[in-house]
Design a protein around this ligand. Sequence first.
Ligand code: ADP
Ligand code: MG
Length: 264
Amino acid sequence: MGNNNITPNSARILAMAGKGGTGKTTLSALLVRYLVENSLVPVLCVDADANANLNELLGLEVEKTLGEIRDAMKTETPPGMTKNEYMEMQINQAIIETKGFDLLVMGQPEGPGCYCMANSILAQVMEGLAKSYRYMLVDNEAGMEHLSRLNLRDIDTLFVISDPSSRGVLTAARIADLTKALQVSVRQKVLIVNRVPAQIPEALSSQIEEAVAKTDLTFGGYVPASSQLFEYEVQQRPLLDLPASTDAVKAAFEIFSRFIPKED
Ligand SMILES: Nc1ncnc2c1ncn2[C@@H]1O[C@H](COP(=O)(O)OP(=O)(O)O)[C@@H](O)[C@H]1O
Ligand SMILES: [Mg+2]
């Protein structure tokens, strides 16, 4: 098998990137829904943002985070098992299981000091976990360090989310280039411009064309600003309950279907 991590029985990794507030977590929730509705399961969602909130959009309560487990690993003595076995057990307990998908929350370790060992065990456990899922979806924070920390070096699809602004699109292009320095391989990078108005200014579409021309980004499409989505957000309702007819849901699903085929 050599160095190639992609084996037929290992999850395809999907990841979100983009600056804060562009809609990564929102689109993660919609992507989970897309995967589940199309039976592209089992899915493991990983909330890799320090200010974890994907669980809220999915309507789930979090009890334990990977950060807390890594903290505990520094002081707790595993009862009659190796640290590896102990951490694996803890991580399995931290996975929130629902009917269609599972969720694991990274959080942040609180304590000072070195987490090298905990991180290397974590990377091993993630590799093992990947074998039990068809898709693994990582909701990132702005940077992408988590991908390498989790040892996710073979990304199938990286969705780069931008707001509808010229600087937003430039930032998206910069983020697309970041993966090179991180030594992760990405099969396809897809730009999604989110929260767009009904009329898209011509200047914006030419900026998108430019960004796509000078990077390895593919333009996925636009997702409209949605008053229904906004309504659900302020009422703290899970996005899994948004009507399928919602414009933003339809647009997101149409984009996903072009990059994550329904039958494979
Ligand atoms: N298409 C959209 N229409 C309306 N509101 C949106 C849309 N996409 C995202 N939002 C809102 O924008 C805010 C930021 O989105 P979020 O997904 O949390 O961004 P990120 O995870 O990139 O920081 C949230 O309040 C969310 O409800
Ligand atoms: Mg977020």
